[in-house]
Design a protein around this ligand. Structure first.
Ligand code: NOJ
Length: 534
C-alpha cells in the first residue's frame, strides 16, 4: 500500500459554498471567501476539498440545478476566482474536487429551454418526455424525491417531463449519446482547468427503466416518512445500465493524471459495491453513508464495518462519511461527548474519510424558524423534519455579529452558540474538539497503519468498539467507548501492553496500558501495541 494514491491516504473536507466564507458582505459564501480560508484548511491538515456546486444556477435547489455547467454563478464569483482558488489550493498542497451534477439540469438551462420549445426540437430527446398514460394523467406512478409526482405536465407541447427532484430540475436522458457526450465534455472542461476530481451527484438515478414500469409500493412505508418513500424506487434508480455511464465517466478521468471519481448513492452495501465497476472500472469511491444512518451503538457499528469490509470487491478502496449537507449533523445526532468519539472513529477506520465543514468545531443543527426556511424539500414537504437548512448554517469563524462569516446578513441564521463555538475560540483551547480533530488528522498522516493499514476487529464488551490497524509490523489499537459508563477492555494475554498515543480528551498520551484499558465514559483511545500482536 506504499504506492497509495492521494485519495486513498488523504482526508476529504466538504465545503458547502454558500455557508463557508463570504468575502463581499452579501451574506452568501463565495470562492474568494473559500480562498481566504485555505490556510485554515492546510493548518487543519486535510488533503482535499470537495465544493458543493458553484456553477451558474437559479438556485431552486441551491446549485444542484445547473443552468450553465461551464460557468461560475455570479454569487460565487468568476472563472478567474475559480482559477485563483485552484492555484492557491495546489500551492498549499490541497486538491480540489468539484460536484458534478449529471442527472438533471435546471429548467432554465438552454438545453431544456430548447427541448421544451417543441416536440420537433433537436434537443427534445435530451430529456425524458412522455405522453400521458392511456386514460390520461402521468405516464407512471413515479414520485419526486422532494414530494409530489415526478412528472410535470407541459401544456404547450402536450407531454410530461420527468424530474427525480424538483420540477425545476428536469432529468437528462442518459440513454441519449448526445447527452453523454455533452456531459463528458463538461468533465473535461474542468479537468483541463486543473480540478482533481468529482463528487458525482445522485449517480444511482442516472438511468430509468426503458419500459417505464410503475414502482411497487413500499411495505415498510409509515406515515411521517417523506412521501416519496411510499414506493420502492425499483424502476427509477440503480438500473443495470447505469454502470456503463459510470465507466464512461471513469474513462474520461483516466485520460488525466491521478484524478478521483466519487459517487453519491444511498444504497445497501450489496448494491453499492457494483459502483466500483467491473474490474474496478467505475467509481474510485462510491460514498459509504452507512454511518450516517446507523444507530449510535457499538455492536451495530461493528456490524456495519464488518459487512462493509466483507462486501468490498478485491482491490476496492473503502471510504466513510459521518455527515453532509443533506443529513443532520453528527453532534446533534450523538451529543457533544460522543461527537469526539465519532471523530476518532471516522479518522481511524480503514478508508478515505470525508469530513463535513463545521463538524470539526462541533457545529450543531440550527433550528430554523418557519419564516426562514430556505430548503425546497422542507417547503414542499413541511413538518416532517426533512429540511436540510439546519446542517447548512454558516461556518463559525469567530465571535461578533457575522461570526467572521459575513459582514452582512447571513442567508441562514448563525448558531446560537456561535459566539463560543468558533474557530478562533477553539483553536487556542488545547482540549477543544477542534484540537482533537487536528491531532487525529496529524496522527493519521503520520501513521501509515491508520492511513493505509489493515483493519482487524477486536473483541470488546458491551458498549465498546475496538479494532486494530496494522502496517509493516506496527499495530495500533483503537478503543472506543460508545457508552456513557466507564468500561474496561482486557488486552489479549501476553500481548505486551500498549501505550496511548491519543485520547478523545487529549489528556492521556503516553499512558501505559498493561492487561486492560480503562475507558472513561464517552472516551476513545488510540494506543500503540508494544509487544507481539495479541
Ligand atoms: C443530492 C444532493 O446532495 C442534494 O443536496 C440535492 O438536493 C440532490 N442530490 C439533487 O441534486
Amino acid at each position: 500500500m506504499l504506492d497509495a494514491r492521494w485519495w486513498q491516504r488523504g482526508i476529504v473536507y466538504q465545503i458547502y459554498p454558500r455557508s463557508f466564507m463570504d468575502s463581499n458582505g452579501d451574506g452568501i459564501g463565495d470562492l474568494r471567501g473559500i480562498r481566504s480560508r485555505l490556510p485554515y484548511l492546510a493548518w487543519l491538515g486535510v488533503d482535499a476539498i470537495w465544493i458543493s456546486p458553484i456553477y451558474t444556477s437559479p438556485m431552486a435547489d441551491f446549485g444542484y440545478d445547473v443552468s450553465d455547467y461551464r460557468g461560475i454563478d455570479p454569487r460565487f464569483g468568476t472563472l478567474d476566482d475559480f482559477d485563483a482558488l485552484v492555484r492557491d489550493a495546489h500551492g498549499l498542497g490541497l486538491k480540489i474536487i468539484l460536484d458534478f451534477v449529471p442527472n438533471h439540469t435546471s429548467d432554465q438551462h438552454p438545453w431544456f429551454l430548447e427541448s421544451r420549445a417543441s416536440r420537433e426540437s433537436a434537443k427534445r430527446g435530451w430529456y425524458i418526455w412522455r405522453d400521458p398514460a392511456p386514460g390520461g394523467g402521468p405516464p407512471t406512478n413515479w414520485l419526486s424525491e422532494f414530494g409530489g409526482p415526478a412528472w410535470e405536465w407541459d401544456a404547450a407541447t402536450g407531454q410530461y417531463y420527468y424530474h427525480a427532484y424538483l420540477k425545476e430540475q428536469p432529468d437528462l436522458d442518459w440513454r441519449n449519446p448526445e447527452v453523454r457526450d455533452a456531459m463528458l465534455s463538461v468533465m473535461r472542461f474542468w479537468l483541463d482547468r486543473g480540478v482533481d476530481g468529482f463528487r458525482v451527484d445522485t449517480i444511482h438515478h442516472l438511468i430509468k427503466d426503458s419500459e417505464l414500469r410503475d414502482n411497487p409500493p413500499n411495505p415498510r412505508f409509515r406515515p411521517g416518512m417523506p412521501p416519496h418513500r411510499e414506493l420502492l424506487r425499483l424502476y427509477t434508480t440503480d438500473r443495470p445500465e447505469v454502470h456503463e455511464a459510470v465507466a464512461a465517466m471513469r474513462r474520461v478521468l483516466d485520460d488525466y493524471d491521478d484524478r478521483v471519481l466519487i459517487g453519491e448513492a444511498y444504497l445497501p452495501f450489496d448494491r453499492l459495491m457494483a459502483y466500483y465497476g467491473q474490474d474496478l472500472s467505475g467509481m474510485h469511491l462510491p460514498f459509504n453513508f452507512h454511518l450516517i444512518g446507523a444507530p449510535w451503538d457499538a455492536r451495530a457499528i461493528a456490524e456495519i464495518v464488518r459487512e462493509y469490509e466483507a462486501a468490498l470487491p478485491e482491490g476496492a478502496w473503502p471510504n466513510w462519511v459521518l455527515g453532509n449537507h443533506d443529513k443532520p449533523r453528527i453532534k446533534s445526532r450523538v451529543g457533544a461527548a460522543q461527537a469526539r468519539v465519532a471523530a476518532m472513529l471516522l479518522l481511524t477506520l480503514r478508508g478515505t474519510p470525508t469530513l463535513y465543514y463545521g463538524d470539526e468545531i462541533g457545529m450543531c443543527d440550527v433550528p430554523i424558524a418557519p419564516g426562514e426556511v430556505q430548503d425546497p424539500f422542507e417547503k414542499n414537504v413541511p413538518g416532517l423534519g426533512v429540511g436540510r437548512d439546519p446542517e447548512r448554517t454558516p461556518m463559525q469563524w469567530g465571535g461578533g455579529a457575522g461570526c467572521g462569516f459575513t459582514t452582512g446578513r447571513p442567508w441562514l441564521p448563525l448558531a446560537p452558540d456561535a459566539d463560543r463555538n468558533n474557530v478562533e475560540a477553539l483553536r487556542g483551547d488545547p482540549g477543544s474538539i477542534l484540537s482533537l480533530y487536528r491531532a487525529l488528522i496529524a496522527l493519521r498522516r503520520a501513521e501509515p497503519a491508520l492511513a493505509v493499514g489493515a483493519y482487524a476487529p477486536l473483541a470488546a464488551g458491551e458498549g465498546v468498539l475496538a479494532y486494530a490497524r496494522e502496517h509493516a509490523g506496527r499495530r495500533l489499537l483503537v478503543l472506543l467507548n460508545l457508552s456513557s459508563h466507564p468500561r474496561r477492555l482486557a488486552l489479549a494475554a501476553g500481548a505486551g501492553g500498549a501505550r496511548v498515543l491519543l485520547s478523545t480528551g487529549l489528556d492521556r498520551a503516553g499512558e501505559r496500558v498493561d492487561e486492560a484499558a480503562e475507558l472513561r465514559p464517552d472516551e476513545g483511545l488510540i494506543a500503540e501495541a508494544q509487544g507481539a500482536p495479541g
